[in-house]
Design a protein around this ligand. Structure first.
Ligand SMILES: [Zn+2]
Length: 101
């Protein structure tokens, strides 16, 4: 199991908008040292909890069920909400506070 105490935040060199809520995404947090987003990586919008993946040029695109076939619920607790995949922060034990943003 990965050490979840490692959570680093970095500013992205490109800006994209969440494909669901249109919030500007210009930073990321990761749980591994020296990890940087690349095409195909998953991420979660902290504003609306939508799970998305990085496309070419780090654009953000919705995930499909096929994208998540090999990702277990332990790795990424999630549920469907109105046809889109959202992260289940409650199962992750994460509590989002408005001041976090
Ligand atoms: Zn969003």
């Amino acid at each position: 199991m990965k050490d979840k105490s490692i959570l680093r935040s970095e500013v992205l060199h490109v800006e994209s908008n969440c494909p669901h809520c249109d919030s500007k995404i210009n930073a990321y947090a990761c749980m591994e040292e020296d990890a940087h987003p690349k095409e195909g990586d998953f991420n979660i919008c902290v504003y609306c909890t939508t799970v998305f993946k990085y496309g070419p040029d780090l654009s953000l695109v919705f995930v499909t069920d096929e994208d998540l076939e090999d990702v277990s619920e332990d790795e990424l607790p999630r549920r469907k909400e109105n046809g889109r995949v959202v992260a289940d922060f409650e199962k992750m034990g994460v509590i989002l506070h408005e001041e976090s943003f």
